[in-house]
Design a protein around this ligand. Structure first.
Ligand code: ZN
Length: 507
């Protein structure tokens, strides 16, 4: 069909512009000298604006109008039907944001990324505050432009409190279908189960994990992490790893999916589990059907679904006893400082539950409290109830009340995450939603694949990856997260399986 082909051509050009911008962003995080920041901001603003203008051009709208309903006799996941549906959804949002907003956002976030790196290194919140203020303003403008559409789609009108209507509008971009109310309900259920569990664990003597803080040469850490990544199925012919201040994964094409990590020569966990985590993201992107490349469908279904993949590989595989029984000899060979540590001791050490300052290094139980804290601060920033200048105090107060500890510095407190500098507000809850889904998916994979545990114990990850490829990865955005989850597990999003897993492992 000619109209469909024309639409695909226009969308492919938009995708090329966005991916070129993503390459520049990746470079900014990995290799660019600090002095390049100003020029990079202009380059990104131009590319993002061109991509936005091309995507919101009237010809795309005309083609979508003519194709509306054309494939409705096909199944939901049919690539053509899904392409029209997803493009309509994205475009309805994009047309509500003027080009000026898009380039202003790109400039502001490019500057904020550099400011955040410097502010974090110098523990200087005041230096980052004006950037965060600008980002909050731009997000409020975006939320106010989008929320009538989101409210209309959900039939909620303007009933929710103004702040939550804004939060709903931003969350909807990252996690279509989720709402502030549904996230709050999930957190309530989690907290009710978590608080007694954390108390129970805290009452026991903590296992020894001091050996995770020995001297580990950086290149050996690098090699070991990538070896596990390859074993999981990360295709290095279509990927690579670099260093960055905050680990992330990014995709420029299904044939080029990158990850980054950070190395601490005196702490085993950040690089190793960071690499496993980002590999989980990269496996998802590498597993999307080739035929979806250069279309809006060539992406994860949502950030929550993305996070379900990273958390599954990092925690359900990488923090299991059978994983360490298999990998411990190899880890000791690469890192002699671990000699004398047996698999059981390693398993207990990498699963120590202890209130800690840094979210990405938190144990599985207290992790959700770190997310909850950010969710609450963001809601208050969007409603105007919290001023940017008061973020450090609000952060420290929540740390005290949820975890009983207060960061000694803002670098280890409200400056630790990259997300706000990227302009992302409304993103953090997807971490908890993804973690809940990871257990639902892993349970389903084990039900469907009787020999799965034996394969994992033998270091054979192919059956697990094959199940994920078939049920989740290949579909890209052709199915929504609630649909994918229901088809793969027979369930809707539910905190119950995660709580059961947590009790089984830690109680
Ligand atoms: Zn992640």
């Amino acid at each position: 069909m000619e109209q469909l082909q024309n639409l695909k051509t226009l969308l492919a050009e938009t995708a090329d512009l966005s991916h070129a911008a993503a390459v520049l962003e990746w470079d900014q995080e990995t290799h660019m000298p600090a002095g390049g920041a100003g020029a990079r901001g202009h380059q990104l603003a131009t590319l993002r604006r061109l991509a936005h203008e091309r995507f919101t051009a009237p010809e795309v709208g005309d083609l979508l109008d003519r194709l509306a309903g054309a494939f409705d006799d096909r199944p939901e996941e049919d690539p053509d039907r899904a392409l029209v549906r997803v493009t309509q959804r994205d475009r309805a949002r994009a047309t509500l944001l003027p080009s000026e907003w898009v380039s202003a956002f790109a400039e502001a976030t490019s500057a904020a990324r550099e400011a955040w790196k410097a502010a974090r290194a110098a523990d200087d919140f005041a230096a980052f505050a004006p950037h965060l203020r600008r980002i909050v303003e731009l997000n409020i403008e975006k939320a106010d432009r989008l929320r009538p559409l989101v409210a209309e789609e959900r039939g909620t009108g303007y009933a929710p409190a103004k702040a939550d209507a804004r939060y709903d509008a931003l969350l909807d971009e990252f996690e279509p279908g989720a709402s502030t109310a549904s996230v709050t309900a999930a957190f309530d259920e989690l907290r009710a189960g978590l608080v007694p569990l954390v108390e129970e664990v805290a009452a026991r003597p903590a296992p020894d994990d001091s050996f995770l803080h020995r001297d580990f040469p950086e290149d050996a850490q690098w090699t070991l992490g990538l070896e596990v990544a390859r074993a999981f199925g990360y295709d290095m012919n279509r990927g690579r790893q670099d260093r960055s201040a905050h680990p992330f994964s990014t995709s420029f094409a299904i044939s080029d999916v990158r990850i980054t990590t950070r190395l601490d020569p005196h702490f085993f966990s950040p690089a190793f589990f960071g690499t496993l985590h980002e590999t989980g993201h990269a496996l998802y992107e590498q597993g999307i059907a080739e035929s979806l490349d250069r279309t809006p469908l060539a992406d994860g279904a949502s950030l929550g679904m993305h996070e379900s993949q990273s958390r599954l590989w990092e925690n359900l595989v990488g923090r299991s006893l059978s994983f360490w029984e298999h990998w411990m000899p190899r880890a000791q060979e690469a890192l002699p400082a671990l000699s004398g540590v047996d698999a059981g001791a390693m398993y207990r050490a990498v699963n120590v539950v202890r209130p800690s300052l840094i979210r990405v290094e938190a144990d599985e139980l207290t992790y959700h409290l770190h997310v909850l804290l950010r969710f609450e601060i963001e809601r208050r920033l969007l409603s105007g109830a919290l001023d940017v200048a008061d973020v450090p105090d609000a952060w420290n107060e929540s740390m005290r009340s949820y975890l009983g500890i207060v960061p000694p510095s803002n670098a280890d407190g409200c400056l630790q995450d990259i997300h706000w500098s990227l302009g992302a507000i409304g993103y953090f809850p997807t971490y908890t939603l993804g973690t809940l889904m990871s257990v639902q998916l892993f349970d389903a994979a084990r039900r469907d694949t009787p020999a799965l545990d034996d394969a994992l114990a033998a270091g054979d990850y192919a059956p697990l990856l094959a199940w994920l490829r078939e049920r989740i990865h290949r579909h890209g955005r052709s199915l929504t997260t609630p649909d994918l989850l229901r088809r793969a597990t027979g369930q809707d999003l539910d905190a119950g399986p995660w709580l059961e897993y947590a009790r089984g492992k830690y109680a």
